[in-house]
Write a protein that binds this ligand. Structure first.
Ligand code: SF4
Length: 366
């Protein structure tokens, strides 16, 4: 089977999280196990042997909270990655709640050129409603303290905010608050959304993605979540899956466990021959086909996110979900409206991709 090289390699160094956010989907966030270095080494060695690596790889440390694992352990993880990947161009990423970031973490992040994403939902009356400690206290002050540390060390970061029902009446305050933190990019993981400011500095991920997809002239090959191994997610004990990262560690009535193998016992290419993979993939591809046949947004979406389809409808073989309107269709409509204004000469054009340039989405895990 022909498989694209891995674009995003996501490691779950621990399931544990120091926070207990009300909307968190991770079932094992009290589990304090830490990934063994040998799992990282085995994974990258197998990827190299199986020719599944190419320049531009993103390595993401995510889920639970990556900074509960100490910098010394990351130094141990990074050594085999450096050794095995050699000259291959790659970038390490942390997606963090920011509450544990201090000067020591900043030194480590700067030394290893780690790209940082901070989960922060807005001012205290929004953020602290959901993003709480295990004792039920709000965490905004700690997250902002982490951001201040990054800024003091000159480390750029982007933000990701969950927009829920409570946010809907405060769109402008949330946006202004996020801009005041001076991130390089703002991303929203949207539960409900309306009326996001369209003239943003810094840029907003959903609009950047919509612009990129439209400027690329259609097609679905930028959707990393509907092709095997463009995203590879590896758990604390070496279990792995592909397509949407949220599938790792989950099971469903229709499919049982959503893992397709374990790095200790399976090859990545071999796992694509097993019945579990075939069961998941055939329904995911059927869902994409249904999208293509029924949805006028297919060319700028590419068939959506399998995890959303499963969690909302109970099957991968579905098309439309709530996610579509909120995460894709609204931003695309706003960008198209903006494009009409641009073409009428009243606005400034967004940049089109250069010839041969690969267009892909900025994923929620970067
Ligand atoms: S917007 Fe929804 S229905 Fe349309 S292609 Fe994307 S996932 Fe499918």
């Amino acid at each position: 089977m022909e498989v694209s090289p891995v674009e995003l390699l996501i490691f779950q160094p621990t399931p544990f999280c120091n926070l207990n956010c009300t909307y968190c989907y991770l079932p094992d966030r009290k589990d304090k196990r830490v990934m063994d270095v040998e799992i990282v080494r085995t994974a990258v060695e197998k990827l190299k042997e199986e020719q599944l690596l190419e320049p531009g790889l993103g390595i993401i440390w995510h889920a639970g909270e990556p900074t509960v694992v100490r910098p010394e352990q990351y130094a141990a993880y990074f050594a085999p990655i450096r050794e095995v990947l050699g000259d291959l161009e790659y970038v390490q990423h942390f997606q963090t709640n920011g509450t544990l970031i201090d000067d020591r973490w900043c030194d480590f992040i700067a030394e290893h050129h780690i790209a940082v994403g901070i989960s922060i939902d807005g001012p205290d009356y929004i953020h602290d409603r959901s993003r709480k400690t295990w004792n039920g206290r709000g965490t905004l002050d700690k997250t902002v303290r982490g951001i201040e540390a990054l800024k003091k060390h000159g480390i750029p970061f982007h933000t990701i905010s969950v927009i829920g029902e409570a946010s809907l009446d405060h769109a402008k305050e949330i946006y202004d608050f996020l801009v005041s933190l001076e991130p390089v990019l703002i991303g929203f993981n949207v539960e409900e959304q309306e009326g996001v400011n369209q003239t943003s500095t810094p840029p907003i991920r959903e609009f950047e993605n919509a612009c990129g997809a439209i400027a690329a002239g259609g097609g679905s090959d930028f959707n990393q979540q509907v092709y095997p191994y463009r995203i590879l997610t590896i758990s604390v004990d070496g279990a792995f899956t592909t397509f949407s990262p949220e599938l790792l560690g989950m099971s469903s009535k229709a499919y049982g466990s959503l893992e397709i193998g374990n790095v200790k016992t399976d090859s990545f290419r071999g796992a694509l021959q097993n019945p579990k993979y075939n069961q998941l993939a055939s329904d995911i591809f059927a869902g994409v086909k249904r999208c293509e046949e029924t949805c006028e947004y297919f060319d700028v979406c590419g068939g959506g996110a399998p995890a959303n389809k499963l969690f909302e409808t109970g099957t991968f073989a579905a098309a439309e979900t709530n996610f579509c309107e909120q995460h894709l269709k609204i931003p695309v409509r706003i960008v198209l409206k903006d494009l009409e204004t641009t073409l009428a000469g009243a606005g400034k054009a967004f940049p089109a991709p250069k010839a041969g340039e690969k267009v892909r989405r900025i994923s929620p895990w970067e």
